[in-house]
Design a protein around this ligand. Sequence first.
Ligand SMILES: CC(C)(COP(=O)(O)OP(=O)(O)OC[C@H]1O[C@@H](n2cnc3c(N)ncnc32)[C@H](O)[C@@H]1OP(=O)(O)O)[C@@H](O)C(=O)NCCC(=O)NCCS
Length: 152
Amino acid sequence: MEDSFLSKIQIRPMRMDDLEAIVEIDRKIFGKSRPDYWKKIVIPNDQYPFSSLVAELEGKVIGFIVGEVSGGKFGVPDTVGWLTTIGVDPDFQHRGVARKLSETFIQNLKSIGVSIIYTLVNWSDWDLLKFFRNMGFTRGGEMINLQLKISE
Ligand SMILES: CC(C)(COP(=O)(O)OP(=O)(O)OC[C@H]1O[C@@H](n2cnc3c(N)ncnc32)[C@H](O)[C@@H]1OP(=O)(O)O)[C@@H](O)C(=O)NCCC(=O)NCCS
């Protein structure tokens, strides 16, 4: 049953015209529409088109993953990938869509020479931590995040 559902899921590179569907998925997850935020995220990545992907079910976008290859950010080499965000339409969660997106994302980055993928998760977001753990992510050791609060 679930296998036949997953076999209908197509994973393809994200396009500009996916913006509306992604804004709607985000609204369903977080209860707020944020088109301006997503306009800055859903941009074509000409250099690495397979680092941001969507999951389609019969032509409808039901999930997305946004990532990038470091490109020298923070002085780290191009063998580092970043998983910026992932989301699946609540109507289709817990059916393996995010796993399929993540596995394709990881394979794509591996095929271009990326050897490690970083992501940031809020320590109190246990569901997301559990999801990433199930995807094989472990707590990082070499990099720490620093912060400076500059207003209340
Ligand atoms: C996290 C999220 C992407 C998972 O999507 P999904 O399609 O339901 O996940 P899958 O069905 O592919 O599950 C993959 C694995 O993660 C686990 N998992 C998925 N959702 C989980 C949850 N809410 N809590 C705990 N574990 C979870 C599953 O057990 C599964 O492991 P398994 O395959 O070994 O059984 C989805 O719940 C979501 O969009 N959440 C909100 C997004 C968000 O907060 N994004 C923040 C930016 S990073």
